[in-house]
Design a protein around this ligand. Structure first.
Ligand code: LLP
Length: 424
């Protein structure tokens, strides 16, 4: 079901016109659909129900407390990559004992905090990290549960910046070093090896790389049977694809088939860490057209939102469908715009660099000052990657639930931006 849809030429999120929200909340604005979030969460849970699966929503993809709370209430656990993300999960009422914690550079302070909170396990990315966790756990009189994050050297066929399971990437342990660790667990007495973790990239729009990576991981467990005797969990990470405009994205059931049949065969419980596939299409960003400028070569639609609000096009050249919120020719992501009267335009922001764009040479209806544009599929890695570059306050975030909506993050003000600074 489409929770963002046009009715009589106006874009709605569930039962509310997005313009009605923006009239009050202003732009740039992130708007999320609670029903969409829940539908996607429940769809994943359903697809993986054949195996004991812990779904750890990947907090980095969309970390506002209001979003985490919805998912927590639906039964989600969480995947974090910093002490700050763990703090957020706890603030949102999440259960620390269901949190997995990855990341190549965990600090002593973060490790200590996570041990105090009693997380489910660390996803360990190096020998040096394992020794650090062992030492800190020893000082605290605790045993630290860990999974080893393996780098399976598999190509997920995605953007190079979001490929994580190849040996040229900084993530995880190569099999030789991981093998040395599991064969010498006696040297780290404050460590309990509970799992094997993988995360090969994002988005992975095919299922084969998962099969290949998991087969390698299961081969590793088999080869190091004794050291891996305490391994109960196989964590296959996140990375499931998202429909932005034209990609062929496997259904959750197709990913689940490849993953669960292997977990079953190996007799392991599963952990998965989806982010984008749950929240990506649950959110849009609204921008208001400030100026339109034609320079003889190009038409520029200049908005009040910039790369500081949504950096994905600048960073990954990623495609986001963009369309006016009020229009006589509605078009949702993937819709053909053939036959629609359009102007080829670059949609850009006000920031002082040429990387500040949302779309290049895009066919858009003719728009003018004051009209609003919806930038679709912005729920994942949208707000969480936003910044205050050019001293621009970060956008507000709104959660829609049926006919109702509420602000889950207020718009920052100029005062907020200097609140921690001093000119003395
Ligand atoms: N688990 C780990 C260890 C991860 O590093 C990630 C994402 C995930 C799970 C969640 O992956 P997802 O299900 O969301 O694909 N900023 C980039 C994406 C970076 C992904 C980083 N890691 C983007 O905007 O495309």
């Amino acid at each position: 079901m489409n929770f963002f849809d046009y009715r009589d030429g106006q874009l709605f999120c569930e039962g509310v016109s997005v313009d009605a929200i923006a009239d009050e909340a202003g732009t740039p604005l992130y708007i999320y659909s609670k029903a969409h979030l829940l539908e996607r969460y429940n769809a994943i849970a359903d697809a993986f129900k054949d195996v004991d699966t812990t779904i750890c929503f990947s907090v980095k993809s969309c970390s506002s407390l209001g979003i985490l709370k919805v998912l927590k209430d639906a039964g989600s656990s969480f995947d974090v990559v910093s002490g700050g993300e763990l703090f957020r999960v706890i603030k949102a009422g999440g259960d620390a004992s269901k949190v997995v914690y990855a990341g190549v550079g965990k600090t002593d302070k973060e490790i200590r905090y996570a041990l105090e909170q009693g997380i489910l396990m660390f996803n360990v990315e190096s020998h040096a990290e394992l020794e650090t966790i062992d030492r800190i756990a020893g000082e605290m009189g605790k045993v630290a549960p860990v999974a080893l994050r393996l780098n399976p050297d598999v190509d997920p066929k995605t953007h190079m910046h979001t490929t994580t399971g190849k040996l040229e990437n900084k993530f995880g342990l190569d099999f030789q070093h991981a093998g040395e660790i599991v064969d010498n667990l006696g040297k780290t007495p404050n460590i309990l090896l509970r799992g094997i973790h993988l995360h090969i990239g994002s988005p992975v729009n095919s299922v084969e790389p998962y099969g290949e990576a998991i087969d390698k991981a299961l081969g590793f467990i088999e080869e190091h049977k004794d050291g891996c005797a305490s391994v109960e969990y196989l964590n296959t990470g996140g990375g499931f694809g998202l429909f932005y405009s034209k990609e062929n994205v496997p259904a959750f059931a197709e990913y689940a088939k490849v993953i669960t049949e292997r977990a079953k065969k190996a007799g392991k419980k599963l952990i998965i860490e989806p982010g984008r596939s749950i929240v990506g299409n649950a959110g849009i960003m609204l921008a208001t057209v400030q100026y339109v400028k034609f320079n003889g070569l190009k038409n520029f639609v200049i908005t009040d939102s910039g790369m500081n609000d949504l950096i994905r096009p600048a960073l990954y050249d990623s495609y986001h469908h963009i369309w006016p919120t009020r229009t006589s020719t509605p078009a949702l992501p993937g819709a053909s715009v053939e036959g629609v009267s359009t102007v080829k335009s670059d949609v850009v922001g006000p920031i002082c660099e040429s990387g500040d764009f949302f779309a290049k040479d895009r066919l858009l209806p003719d728009v003018s000052k004051g009209e609003r544009l919806a930038i679709f599929s912005a729920g994942a890695y949208g707000f969480t990657m936003s910044s205050t570059y050019n001293t621009r306050p970060r956008a507000a975030e709104v959660l829609v639930d049926g006919e109702e909506w509420k602000i889950i993050r207020k718009r920052e003000q100029w005062e907020d931006l200097v609140a921690l600074e001093s000119a003395e």
